[in-house]
Design a protein around this ligand. Structure first.
Ligand SMILES: [Zn+2]
Length: 675
């Protein structure tokens, strides 16, 4: 499913791949995670890799499913033989079970009977890497593979790629390998440098390899950047990632993987491999265009958050999909923004989104999903792009509200116990919810019923009057009702500002407070702690729902449908177009044309977006990035110059916070530099 995620545009700021398990969890626990000793020889110029080694696993007991090995179609020529115990040693027969989903599954047949539950050591070898896949590419400038999307070594059906053990990589001179686990000292004795890593906690095996320059930051949790080109901002990336890592360590529990690395992938290769940011065990792959931009706190908070949620703790079962990994990672992003940049930045992230992040990954965006008819209960999301985006729009807000409901300190303490319990390497969503309620000593069924088991958000209206020094009024709530403890900000003449708390429960809640001057405004939930409708947000959501729907159709890979939807919506944009609907629709049409490599048509749509009467400033920076890519394809230096100037002035107008000007400049640089 994750494969679809970046049939997407370059505009998917907070998108990442996080490991996802297939629904064979019970037997995974029963059969265990194999332990590997892996040798990987990579020839990036061929391109090709040879993977060989041993895996230690257990022969199934009576009642368990057959032992099955899985290998991606990107690899081939699999051979396997039992080496231990000697009594059953010898080649095994691999009987093809199925070839669906981009990999082959074989049932392992032994020539002699194997006692049930017998531990086995199997030697294997395979080769491949000639063709690109999702999170999979071999080549001279950059190579990487992640088992969460491509089984590049034989794995068992039940472990689904998770493993412990050691990996040794033989690579040509000049290359460096990044991989999960503790790295052993570099061995230069053999035919080329040999990099070896030991992974003691189960994880997905992966690697990245290129001729990196390495920038390090020392500290309790060392952070490094493995980049293809040094940039002036890279030391800042490393330093600030270190701050994020230590903040999230306080929030989520000890960082499990020793060091953390940011690894650069050239833009065109990242795009072909289907990601903008991909979170692996102990490191993330990042598109070069993102590294050209300023450090984005929400993006790195999210991606580093995946180290705990999606790598250390993984979801067992289908229920709660994208909540335990994606929404928790986004909750981490919100936490670091609020802690480092303050309460107002947190409130603005919750309601309208973080600068430079995706336009709909916030409360207002969630309401657009609802207005577009794309809402689902968080407990039971449909999978694919939609679940991912709903988790990033509403899911994290509900987790944040849960933290407030339980108490932030207590919630943090509970998260620590969850991440430190090895049994939670695979955890069902229900177990997570039960753990929180039990450790909080509270019955949270009402919260789970209202916020997880049904779609939607509360819709409130407030009426108030002031008589003398008494302010009184009523908050009405449309059914279905939510129980919420909500701040009410009362502002008076002279800008006096007081905050009261009311518990809204049911159709009407009355309040009456003493005030000290003439009240000028009364605002419900000014920090947007509770996702809810307001008249202004409803108007915005209604206006942008068609654009959001078309975008999700586009991201789901249905280009023709997305085009038809966008054109239809474009013909029906309301006047005045107060929320930038025309701008969004033209941008989506531009992105579709880019995907179709129709550069002139893409240019027409992107320029029409920029000429729309109302625009959305942070999204507008992404339009400039897209237009810079189109300008490069068209070799149009005049266009590129306009794009660079337009991006700089738009950024200045929106307070210089987009962080994308350098990325636009970097894209345009080669074409604009005289030879
Ligand atoms: Zn994510």
């Amino acid at each position: 499913m994750r494969i679809l995620l970046r049939l997407l545009g370059v505009s998917v700021a907070l998108m990442s791949f996080s490991p996802r398990l297939s629904p064979a969890q019970e037997s995974a626990v029963a059969l265990g995670v194999p332990r590997y000793d892996l040798t990987v020889r990579i020839d990036p110029n061929a391109p090709r890799m040879d993977v060989s080694g041993t895996m230690r696993l257990r022969w199934p007991s009576a009642g368990e499913a057959d032992l099955q090995l899985v290998l991606s179609h990107h690899m081939h020529d699999l051979t396997a033989a039992i080496v231990e115990p000697q009594t059953v040693a010898g080649p095994v027969e691999l009987v093809v079970h199925d070839t669906a989903g981009g990999s082959t599954t074989w049932t392992v047949r032994s020539h002699s009977p194997i006692p049930a539950g017998q531990e086995l050591l199997i030697r294997f070898a395979c080769s491949g890497g000639e063709h690109d896949g999702v999170l999979f590419h071999l080549g001279p400038t950059s190579s990487f593979a992640g088992a969460q999307s491509v089984a590049w070594y034989p794995t068992t059906k039940d472990a689904d790629g998770r493993a412990t053990g050691s990996m040794s990589f033989w690579v040509p001179n000049g290359y460096t390998v990044v991989a999960p686990g503790t790295s052993r000292p570099l061995d230069r004795q053999g035919e080329g440098p040999q990099f070896t890593f030991d992974l003691s906690r189960p994880g997905f095996l992966s690697f990245a390899m290129a001729k990196y320059e390495i920038v390090r930051n020392s500290g309790p949790d060392p952070v490094s950047a493995y980049v293809l080109n040094k940039r002036p901002n890279i030391q800042d990336y490393v330093k600030r990632s270190g701050e994020v890592l230590s903040l999230l360590t306080k929030e989520f529990g000890p960082y499990p993987y020793g060091s953390f690395s940011i690894v650069e992938v050239p833009h065109d290769i990242a795009e072909r491999a289907g990601f903008e940011g991909a979170s692996f065990t102990g490191y993330i792959l990042v598109d070069a265009t993102d590294l050209d931009a300023d450090f984005n706190l929400a993006f790195y908070g999210h991606e580093i958050g995946h180290q705990w949620w999606g790598n250390l703790v993984t979801l067992g079962g289908e229920r709660g999909r994208d909540m335990l990994d994606e929404a928790m990672a986004q909750f981490g992003g919100l936490h670091v923004v609020e802690t480092i940049e303050g309460a107002a930045a947190g409130a603005s992230f919750r309601r309208d989104g973080y600068p430079g992040a995706n336009w709909h990954q916030n409360g207002a965006g969630y309401l657009m999903f609802a207005a577009a008819g794309l809402d689902h209960p968080l407990d039971d999301m449909p999978g694919g792009v939609l679940a991912h985006e709903l988790a990033d729009a509403k899911g994290f807000l509900v987790l944040n509200l849960l933290s407030h409901t339980v108490g932030a300190d207590r919630f943090r303490a509970i998260l620590h116990t969850i991440t430190q319990d090895p049994r939670n390497q695979q955890m069902t969503w229900q177990a997570f919810l039960d753990d929180i309620a039990r450790r909080a000593g509270r019955n949270l069924d009402w919260f789970y019923d209202e916020w997880l088991k049904r779609a939607g958000a509360p819709s409130w209206n407030i009426r108030w009057t002031q008589v003398g020094m008494t302010l009184s009024g009523t908050i009405t709530q449309q059914a279905p009702f939510y129980r919420s403890s909500v701040d009410v900000a009362v502002t008076g003449t002279g800008c006096r500002h007081t905050v009261h708390t009311v518990v809204i429960d049911g159709p009407e809640t009355h309040f009456s407070w003493r005030v000290h001057d003439t009240v000028t405004s009364v605002q419900l939930d000014p920090e947007y702690l509770v996702p809810h409708w307001t008249p202004a947000l409803r108007a915005e959501a209604t206006s942008l729902a068609p654009a959001l729907h078309a975008e999700i159709t586009f991201w789901s890979g249905k280009l023709d449908d997305a085009k038809a939807e966008s054109r239809h919506a474009l013909a029906n944009v309301a006047t005045p177009d107060s929320y930038g609907a025309r701008f969004m629709l033209e941008w989506i049409l531009g992105q579709i044309a880019m995907r179709e490599r129709q550069w002139t048509e893409a240019r027409t749509h992107l320029e029409a977006a920029l000429e729309s009467p109302s625009r959305r400033p942070y999204s507008q920076m992404w339009v400039y990035i897209d237009l810079a890519m189109v300008g490069k394809e068209l070799h149009d230096t005049a266009l590129l110059r306009d794009v660079v100037n337009g991006a700089a002035s738009t950024d200045a107008l929106s307070g210089g916070r987009s962080g994308k000007v350098a990325a636009v400049r970097a894209l345009a640089k080669d074409a604009l530099t005289p030879e």
